[in-house]
Design a protein around this ligand. Structure first.
Ligand code: GLY
Length: 586
């Protein structure tokens, strides 16, 4: 039987803002935030520790990981506890019904590796899944809401396999905190309450989802109210007793398939066979040598490491350090580098188990050539994909997929120096809006291009049975002298790439500490519009960047960056003030 630790009883009955305040008060003394790092938003303290540290998007989840680390658990043990808690307290972003990418540094082997727990397209899916009878792409939410967009979830198998390889505490102990919180009740956070309100119409379409996220009178659950989730408790009990396989070959798989296929207005084609065949894939990290560092991340099916790597490799050709964070020209170079990288992403990047990809996307000579296209002080007039080295090139068309902000990021370092950087998702906020067994099912299949061909040329990220949709998730570990130096990542759809690149540049080039780098106002450019964070002092860049030729969009840029620096035998952690993230360590 699961036991509730004392702290969790406290969390179950305490409003989140009090938890947040008290947990922060227990942390280390705040360092001063440099003026140039001030966002004009809430400021947050850099957290310091000696032995271990966890940073996640929610205080309850961070506390679950912290307790495991304190009890002697490994980084992977803590990750399992954090993910199980996030699936309960931040259900709109990630959970058992979704997928994740993991970068892992094994301190005993001095080895960095990655694990792909991305969802797969059902074997019965056709390339026309997201097209109407005339072959035109469906509108985004027509595709998203219901069973059609649900891919085979990978998160549970990923957690199970990582635990088998790197876990030290019993599996059931890692599920116990979230299970008992589900049974006893947790406090709805302000962010979850706002998200429910913002998605109320879609969340009301299906009875199980409606019953969970709304009160009996039909009003959305409020911040500070207590929510129990008996179905989630029972699911964790099943997984605790029978192991992760129960999810793939047992009752849970059957339930999900029945639910997905039975959604009357928008059924899906996921089958029990898809669950039984699901595989976690270990893949070689993608690394860019950068000054004295190696910036390493997740390769295909994520576009994260390649696109972040291209931005860093192109901007490296300029002296950003000398220009500094207050220079409009520095941001012009970052913006144009990002546009060039996104052009390559749209043309070339997808699941390379299904489509070929150029080998030279991170070649230094190629990135130097791309950098030559940039004129400091003047925005690029036009942007097109380049011609990286490719032994057997094929003609392809560009893909511009619809990718809205979503997802969650977790960074952990344990007492033995193992490090894990994980970005985890159910895709859009609340995924497909379909719930089964106490958790939401993903809509990851809408990360595929809705069209397969353009002007007769194939699109690399087209939907194919068994394929994994291209992602932007960029869990990153920056290596220095063969060991982890910075563990970082963010949610945010395709904006993830810009959020991570900004944090890397702010720290590695502009010398900001990790909290300052995270808090620095977000400015990014994906497909042409220069997005500037609304309400931040970065709005001052709108005029000079307009004068250089950019189209500007001042808007909400809600990153959720979590980062840990490993330096001089200490751990320095930062969490994003734009969300509810919390760093805890000893
Ligand atoms: N669904 C978010 C991503 O994979 O980038």
């Amino acid at each position: 039987m699961f036991q509730i630790p004392t702290w969790r009883k406290f969390l179950a009955i305490t409003p989140l803002y009090l938890i947040s305040t008290s947990l922060f008060a227990a942390g280390q003394a705040a360092d001063t935030v440099a003026p140039e790092a001030s966002t004009g938003l809430q400021e947050q303290a850099l957290i310091k520790a000696k032995n271990y540290m966890v940073a996640s998007a929610n205080p309850v989840a961070s506390q679950a990981g912290y307790d495991i680390l304190k009890a002697g658990g490994s980084a992977i043990d803590a990750l399992v506890a954090v993910q199980m808690a996030l699936g309960l307290v931040e259900p709109q972003s990630s959970g058992l019904g979704g997928g994740a990418f993991v970068m892992y540094y094994d301190a005993s082997k001095k080895q960095l590796t990655t694990f792909d727990g991305r969802e797969t397209a059902p074997m019965d899916a056709t390339p026309e899944l997201f097209q109407d009878e005339k072959g035109e792409p469906l509108s985004f939410y027509t595709a998203v809401v219901g069973g059609r967009s649900v891919g085979t979830p990978g998160t549970v198998k990923l957690m199970g396999e990582l635990h088998d390889r790197y876990g030290t505490l019993p599996w059931e102990d890692l599920l116990a905190p979230a299970a008992q919180l589900a049974q006893e009740g947790f406090i709805v956070s302000p962010r979850l309450a706002e998200s429910i309100k913002g998605s109320a119409e879609r969340l009301s379409r299906y009875p199980e989802t409606k019953a969970y996220f709304f009160n009996h009178d039909g009003t959305p659950r409020e911040a500070g109210s207590k929510l129990t989730n008996t179905a989630y408790y029972e699911t964790l009990n099943l997984l605790s007793t029978y192991g992760p396989e129960e999810f793939y070959t047992g009752r849970i798989a059957k339930d999900i398939v029945t639910k997905v296929q039975g959604i009357g207005d928008n059924p899906g084609v996921l089958s029990e066979q898809d669950f039984a065949n699901y595989k976690v894939k270990e893949r070689t990290p993608v690394c860019l040598p950068y000054k004295q560092f190696d910036i390493c991340g997740m390769g295909p099916p994520s576009s994260g490491a390649l696109t972040v790597g291209q931005i860093m490799g192109i901007t490296e050709q300029f002296n950003l350090a000398e220009m500094g964070p207050n220079s409009p020209e520095a941001w012009q170079i970052i913006g144009d580098a990002s546009r060039l990288a996104f052009a390559d992403r749209g043309r070339y990047m997808a699941d390379t188990d299904y489509v070929p990809m150029p080998e030279g996307l991170l070649d230094k000579s190629y990135l130097a050539e791309r950098a030559k296209l940039i004129t400091p002080g003047k925005a690029l007039d036009s942007v097109a994909p380049g011609s990286p080295q490719w032994r057997f090139p094929i003609a392809q068309a560009d893909d511009i997929a619809i990718e809205l902000p979503s997802t969650s990021h977790i960074s952990i370092v344990d007492k033995d120096g193992n490090a894990v950087s994980v970005t985890t998702t159910i895709e859009n906020g609340f995924g497909s809006n379909v719930m089964s067994n106490g958790f939401l099912l993903n809509n990851e299949l809408t990360d595929f291009s809705f069209k397969s061909f353009q002007d007769g040329y194939p699109i690399a990220n087209r939907l194919e049975p068994g394929k994994r949709p291209r992602s932007s998730m960029s869990p990153t570990i920056v290596m220095k002298d063969g060991a982890p130096y910075l563990v970082v990542g963010s949610p945010g759809g395709s904006r993830i790439i810009g959020y991570v690149a900004k944090t890397l540049i702010a720290h590695l080039e502009w010398g900001m500490d990790i909290q300052q780098a995270i808090s620095l106002p977000n400015m990014l450019n994906r497909f042409g519009t220069y997005d500037i964070e609304e309400g931040s002092n970065a709005e001052a860049f709108a005029k000079p960047l307009t004068d250089m030729g950019f189209k500007i969009s001042v808007r909400d840029l809600n990153s959720g960056i979590q980062g840990i620096i490993v330096e001089d035998n200490q751990l320095l952690g930062g969490a994003d003030p734009r969300r509810e993230g919390l760093v805890l360590g000893d």
